[in-house]
Design a protein around this ligand. Structure first.
Ligand code: HEC
Ligand code: HEC
Length: 386
């Protein structure tokens, strides 16, 4: 039931044909952004749907929920660039990429592409005008879906044990947990999902996706009049589906990949991309008490100015991102040809993803950039196996 609901596309016709979509939305189905349960492409503004989305907020004011982002009057905290038939979307979004050159230590040239967003009001008195400069924006692509229930099953205490927010051990890493608002429990909780760890659990992530990405209400996020277009049973089924997608087996090893695994630790990658974690209790028995290899501490790290979105999200600053789990990363472009890496999909290859690292990861990035070509290729061979 959850699989079917994940793939079901809502129709864009007005009521009564339309069973709930919109009126504003980004896409018409979950799978439309999480392609084949993988990641989305950095595609938005063109065609009848977008596979990425833009969050917005104001730098000061009263947040929607304690500690959260401050909604922009008339726009909320997420821009919807599509609307059902007969309704104007709230914005027009244009995404371009600007190339910037760099060089490896051995002189080999590379080029990185930086996203550039143009956001224009599409309706109301300000139609045609750009969004006010004070509005903070964050472009995000859909992360892959595999292994998410296992990540949910890691006890918060295990993640807290990995935290070192003031870098007391002096290793240059200052991982911290985000503490987003848990809507069901009415309290802050350990953040695991979203590119800034801005959502505590899968059920809230699913209900919020229905509400924000598709404009479909449910009991957790009802319409203004208190009604819901979806029932709890559907949200529960999609949550179970989202929790139980298995992680692909590793690809075959090679001498280069084995050396790459050692380099992954030597260059400092494993300090954030923690190879192994242990799950605890989980209502789904298959997820409980497992040894898992996500290559993530699920903590926030400052990745520097180049990747910064400048938009705080609960305890995450404008420079913080959740360490992306690397399991399955070697198959990302097999699952979704053309898929990119990092929160906004800007990196076209795994090497580009590493070259964008800065801040706490600058030392590891420089170790990669300055390493001999055979070592760089060995590291990439290791990532390609995951
Ligand atoms: C418009 C594209 C889009 C649609 C539609 C969409 N998602 Fe997502 N999804 C995203 C983006 C972008 C993120 C990252 C959000 C963030 O950083 O806060 C995400 C995050 C997630 C995550 C957390 C993954 C992680 O590791 O952080 C899950 C689970 C998820 N979505 C499930 C769903 C489900 C279920 C649906 C349908 C009800 C859905 N999504 C619909 C774009 C989409
Ligand atoms: C200081 C912590 C830190 C260190 C050290 C670090 N990373 Fe990362 N890494 C991150 C974070 C945080 C992200 C997510 C960034 C984003 O979404 O923009 C990430 C993203 C990635 C991605 C993209 C994954 C995806 O699914 O899009 C790859 C690949 C990666 N890192 C590989 C490496 C390698 C290889 C090294 C060592 C050379 C390394 N990282 C060192 C924190 C770190």
């Amino acid at each position: 039931m959850g699989d079917a609901a994940f793939e079901a596309a809502f129709v864009t016709a007005p009521a009564p044909v339309n069973p709930g979509l919109g009126p504003l939305y980004n896409h018409t189905s979950c799978v439309g952004c999480h392609l084949r349960d993988g990641r989305g492409l950095p595609l938005l503004g063109q065609g009848p749907t977008s596979q990425a989305l833009v969050r917005v907020s104001l730098p000061t004011g009263t947040p929607e929920v304690p500690g959260g982002a401050v909604a922009v009057p008339g726009l909320g905290t997420q821009l919807q660039d599509h609307a059902i038939f007969g309704v104007e979307p709230e914005v027009r979004v244009m995404l371009e990429f600007v190339e910037q050159e760099g060089r490896y230590g051995d002189g080999l040239a590379y080029s990185l592409r930086r996203p550039r967003l143009t956001l224009v009001h599409a309706r109301g008195a300000r139609a045609g005008q750009p969004l006010a400069a004070e509005i903070l924006t964050s472009l995000r692509v859909a992360p892959p879906m595999v292994g998410r229930g296992l990540l949910e099953a890691v006890p918060a205490a295990a993640l807290e044990a990995l935290e070192d927010p003031h870098d007391a051990d002096g290793d240059g890493l200052a991982g911290r947990l985000n503490t987003p608002w848990d809507v069901a429990r009415h309290q802050a909780a350990a953040g695991r999902f979203g590119h800034k760890g801005n959502t505590p659990g899968l059920r809230q992530q699913v209900a919020a996706a229905y509400a924000n990405d598709m404009g479909v209400s449910s009991p957790m996020f009802p319409d203004a009049d208190g009604r819901s277009e979806l029932d709890d049973a559907t949200v529960d089924a999609v949550t179970l589906y989202s929790a139980t997608l298995g992680v692909p087996a590793r690809g075959p090893s090679s001498p280069a990949a084995e050396r790459g695994e050692a380099l992954f630790a030597q260059l400092g990658c494993a300090g954030c991309h923690v190879p192994q974690l242990q799950t605890g209790e989980h209502p789904v028995a298959a997820l409980a008490h497992q040894e898992i290899w996500p290559y993530s501490d699920l903590l926030l790290h400052d990745l520097g100015d180049e990747l910064a979105d400048g938009r705080p999200d609960f305890a995450a600053s404008g420079r913080h991102w959740r360490t992306a789990p690397l399991w399955g990363v070697g198959l990302a472009q097999t699952v979704t040809p053309g898929a990119g890496f990092l929160h906004d999909g800007r990196a076209r290859t795994l090497a580009e993803a590493i070259l964008w690292h800065g801040g706490e990861a600058e030392r590891a990035r420089e170790a990669f950039r300055l390493a001999p070509r055979v070592d760089r290729e060995a590291l990439l061979a290791f990532l390609g196996r995951l």
